[in-house]
Design a protein around this ligand. Sequence first.
Ligand SMILES: C[S@@+](CC[C@H](N)C(=O)[O-])C[C@H]1O[C@@H](n2cnc3c(N)ncnc32)[C@H](O)[C@@H]1O
Length: 251
Amino acid sequence: MTRQPRPSKNTKKKSKGPQKKVGKTMLKDNQKRTESSRKWLLRQLNDPYVTKAQQLGYRSRAAFKLLEIDAKYHFLKVGITVIDLGAAPGGWTQVAAQKLKVGASKGNAAGSHLIAVDLSDMTPLKDVTMFTADFTEQSTIQAILKDVATKSAGGVDVILSDMAAPASGMTDVDHIRIMNLVEAAYEFACLVLKPGGTFVAKVLQGGTEATLLTRLKKSFAKVNHFKPPASRKDSAEVYVVAQGFRGSPGK
Ligand SMILES: C[S@@+](CC[C@H](N)C(=O)[O-])C[C@H]1O[C@@H](n2cnc3c(N)ncnc32)[C@H](O)[C@@H]1O
């Protein structure tokens, strides 16, 4: 399980060396850290969402983004089927499992079905089907389709994609990479979503590319962009929320 780092006890002791104050928590200057890891650590230590995630047992602060998106658009309900793409370490999956009551009762009496997919290994969650695989591989899509056919014959109600490739530091490259992942998730959504279904995906600001936006508007009754308060202000990420899937032609 990936846990957010906790402030080490050392940070509270008085150090002999000079200390720089950023926000509320100080770090010793004599620790061996690169500038970027130092900035990352300070940001984590001073981030109220990180603290709250630790208090509530969420695996990532990202959990609050899904809570906020769902509080606005109300698509997570008991008894539905949800696929969470780019799920690790599992904050969104935990939120979806709570909302769907997956793992809450013996034999999953709620009738909900939750599938989580990620390149990285993820600590199991009760009654959640997990695939450690590249979502863009045909074999992964086939495996998910098989699971859906077995457990959710009616199709899928919600596709979530928080997928992101590691940041390259080059804005254009990151944008293309994330848009490729969103396109793949959108095409998959068109294949498996039930009419009326919801598609939520992380994109980068500038919004969804015009071509994808046009396609989304054709496929869904409502398409919105939303930046949840838990999404860092200095991050270009924003979420596209498409609701009311019109159904795939030929289905
Ligand atoms: C921002 S993290 C997701 C955080 C997660 N939603 C949470 O709440 O903990 C993005 C994830 O996307 C995953 N990812 C990126 N490309 C992927 C791909 N092609 N297939 C599956 N997962 C992918 C990464 O491995 C990473 O774990």
